[in-house]
Design a protein around this ligand. Structure first.
Ligand code: KDG
Ligand code: MG
Length: 405
């Protein structure tokens, strides 16, 4: 069997997705997700110009060798663009392998470790009451874990809160220039403990709570927040601080027992090796699309298992249903899986383009038993939704200083 053609599609059913189709001379094909939010065309070009020509004629069954060829074999290792391109090819090759074997990918990864993949839903609100009402809806829908985010009073826009937008897709997919948002740690600190105090008062211990700081705090501020939130027993506090210097997490860890999670922007084990090895974090949140595909995430998960770190893959709307499927297979077959972020199956247009039979049942995703990844991609539908440039926002302090993501 040989790779005969590699096609790259960039489509925008409410937000941009980069999809790769690896075709073979035997008619079997595989799909991969290469979406890099706000830098989609960089990955599409990388794939078309620098990856596809090198893979034509190779055996698609040689997944590890092709992964190493695109990673080690290239002088310019790592980085989000390279690793998203590798990721998409890797997912497509696992998809092909499953289809050839007539087995779902989770079987190729070792089989089921659990009956379903527990997910956490999002409750985003303009006020604390609004957020808590959304938590109530999530509990009613059967979710066992919920991430709570609330707009910070007195600041212009809070990241991750919907504002006047109808859904997450619309929020992320239609910003032709980066919007500017404000940040004030003092204002945030006034809000967040009250949010979780009132959430525990209203819902007791019947559900896990999570929170994403989106890296806005310095390490010592994160340590302080972790301590403030200890009484409310979070499943984890996500992206409390940037960790280009991984030892930032040593500092946070010294001060708080609130569990810590990080990793959605990480591309390889080298971005989180020290944090994992020193047990400064509890959950690693790498995504198949951004960390080298199924092969890349499996390497990181196995390493994390040795240090009691569990996986909690990123599941935002900028990861396409193909990545969602890759995660469902990985999560089903990975012993040290913890929890999966889940924001729904996408809007109507997205569901017309990407078809699958993954199910949500009582707060768990039930993996598809279709051969391969179990996702179909409708090219004609995709063509109707053309790429639109769209950016994530930037964050500034109230005096205008550009601030951390
Ligand atoms: O591309 C960036 C978004 O996916 C990210 O900001 C969402 O933080 C996020 C999350 O945890 O889902
Ligand atoms: Mg996040």
């Amino acid at each position: 069997m040989k790779i005969s053609e590699i096609k790259v599609f960039v489509t925008n059913p409410g937000r941009n997705f980069v999809t790769v189709k690896v075709c073979t001379d035997e008619g079997v094909y595989g799909l991969g997700d290469a979406t890099l939010n706000g830098r989609e065309m960089a990955v599409a070009t990388y794939l078309e110009e620098h990856v596809a020509p090198c893979l034509i004629g190779r055996n698609p069954q040689d997944i590890e060798d092709i992964w190493q060829y695109l990673y080690q074999g290239v002088y310019w290792r790592r980085g989000p663009v390279t690793m998203a391109a590798i990721a998409a090819i890797d997912m497509a090759l696992w998809d092909i392998k499953g289809k050839v074997a007539n087995l779902p990918v989770y079987q190729l990864l070792g089989g089921k470790c659990r009956q379903g993949v527990t997910v956490y839903a999002h409750a985003n609100g303009e006020t604390i009451d609004d957020t808590l009402d959304k938590v109530a809806e999530c509990i009613e829908q059967g979710f066992k874990a919920v991430r709570l985010q609330t707009a910070i009073p007195g600041l212009k826009e809070t990241y991750g809160v919907l504002g006047d937008k109808k859904d997450y897709f619309e929020l992320q997919g239609n910003r032709p220039l980066p919007p500017e948002q404000e940040w004030s740690t003092a204002k945030y600190f006034k809000l967040v403990p009250e949010l979780f105090e009132r959430a525990r008062e209203r819902f007791g211990d019947q559900v896990h709570f999570l929170h994403d700081v989106h890296s806005r705090l310095t390490p010592i501020e994160s340590a302080k927040l972790g301590k403030m939130l200890e009484p409310y027993n979070l499943l984890f506090l996500e992206d409390a601080s940037i960790a280009e210097n991984q030892a930032n997490y040593e500092l946070i860890r010294q001060h708080t027992t609130t569990p810590l999670a990080i990793g959605e922007t990480y591309n390889t084990i080298w971005d989180c090796k020290d944090m994992i090895q020193n047990q400064w974090i509890d959950f690693i949140r790498v995504a198949a699309t951004h960390a080298g595909g199924i092969t890349g995430v499996k390497k990181i998960s196995d390493f994390a298992a040795v240090y009691n770190v569990r996986t909690a893959p990123h599941g935002a709307p900028d990861l396409s249903p193909i990545c969602f499927a890759a995660h469902a297979h990985l999560n089903t077959a990975t012993h040290n899986f913890g929890i999966q972020e889940f924001v729904g199956f996408g809007n109507e247009a997205c569901q017309k383009i990407f078809k699958h039979d993954f199910k949500l049942d009582n707060g768990m995703i039930i993996v598809s038993d279709a051969p391969g990844l179990g996702v179909e991609f409708d090219e004609q539908q995709a063509e109707q939704y053309q790429y639109k440039r769209s950016y994530l926002p930037v964050s500034r302090l109230e005096d205008g200083t550009l601030w951390h993501w």
